[in-house]
Design a protein around this ligand. Structure first.
Ligand SMILES: Nc1nc2c(ncn2[C@@H]2O[C@H](COP(=O)(O)OP(=O)(O)OP(=O)(O)O)[C@@H](O)[C@H]2O)c(=O)[nH]1
Ligand SMILES: [Mg+2]
Length: 240
């Protein structure tokens, strides 16, 4: 059977961005489909997603009742996609920070044997556009910290533009994944790495969102601070 790919696109108040990004994703490769996972956005993004799904059979939507964070949205989307037997499952932001053209690089890395292909902002220098220096330092520092504590061999462990081979998501006990913000990205990659899957980073350029507002908050940063220690300890005791 022909290969099928699913881009899981979590949204919370992305009504300006969603209708722009969807056709750009679909144009990259005919094997790509999209699952919008909307947490009942007050700005009506969910209704827009339903409309887009009605117009194109390659677009699907999962409505959730309340905002539960990025990690929960992805886990619900992965469950949906695994149940429908997609071969590759992608994570991608809907806020236009992730240019759909890099999907082709992720697909290529998977074709060449990567089990997890990860878009990296820091593999070839610093490829971040329009972030204030404070935000860049936070992200860059968080990555050094995560690498130092967990040993995860990645230049960008907190990035959210990724491609998982189906077998990886089947091997990770998704009901045990506990983190939800940027730490969710670290935890997923860490679990895949511990299970000896092949992680390959591909360089991407990240552009700060032009529309809508950031959902980043202090709780998300603090979660990252302790989750890396939990991963390290769990690894020490052979729990991961
Ligand atoms: N369904 C769902 N989507 C979310 C939630 N939080 C963030 N998102 C979406 O996830 C994607 C990435 O979010 P983040 O990058 O963490 O947040 P952000 O608002 O883009 O913040 P920046 O890192 O400042 O760009 C965007 O498409 C958001 O709309 C949530 O709780 N539920
Ligand atoms: Mg963003």
């Amino acid at each position: 059977m022909a290969e099928r790919f699913l881009v899981v696109l979590p949204t919370y108040n992305e009504s300006t961005n969603l209708p722009r990004i969807v056709p750009r994703i679909l144009a990259q490769d005919p094997r790509l489909e999209i699952l919008v996972v909307d947490d009942n956005s007050p700005d009506g993004t969910g209704r827009l997603a339903t409309d887009l799904a009605g117009l194109n059979p390659r677009v699907h939507v999962l409505h959730r009742t309340k905002k539960e964070g990025l990690g929960r949205a992805y886990l619900a989307g992965f469950g949906w996609g695994l149940g429908r037997d997609y071969d590759l499952l992608f994570e991608m932001d809907a806020d236009s920070s992730h240019d759909p053209k890099f999907l082709l690089d992720l697909i290529k890395a998977a074709d060449q044997g990567a089990d997890v292909a990860l878009g990296s902002r820091y593999k070839t220098g610093v490829n971040v556009i329009n972030w204030p220096m404070s935000r860049l330092l936070l992200s860059y520092g968080a990555n050094l910290y995560a690498k130092w504590i967990t040993g995860l061999p990645l230049t960008d462990a907190t990035g959210g533009f990724k491609c998982f081979r189906k077998a990886v998501l089947q091997a990770i006990p998704l009901d045990k994944v506990r983190s939800n913000g940027y730490a969710f990205q670290i935890e997923m990659s860490f679990r895949a790495w511990r299970k000896k899957f092949r992680l390959v980073e591909v360089p991407i350029v990240f552009v700060d969102r032009a529309e809508g507002s950031s959902k980043m908050n202090r709780g998300i940063v603090w979660e990252g601070v302790w989750v890396v220690w939990w991963l390290r300890v769990a690894r020490l005791f052979g729990r991961l």
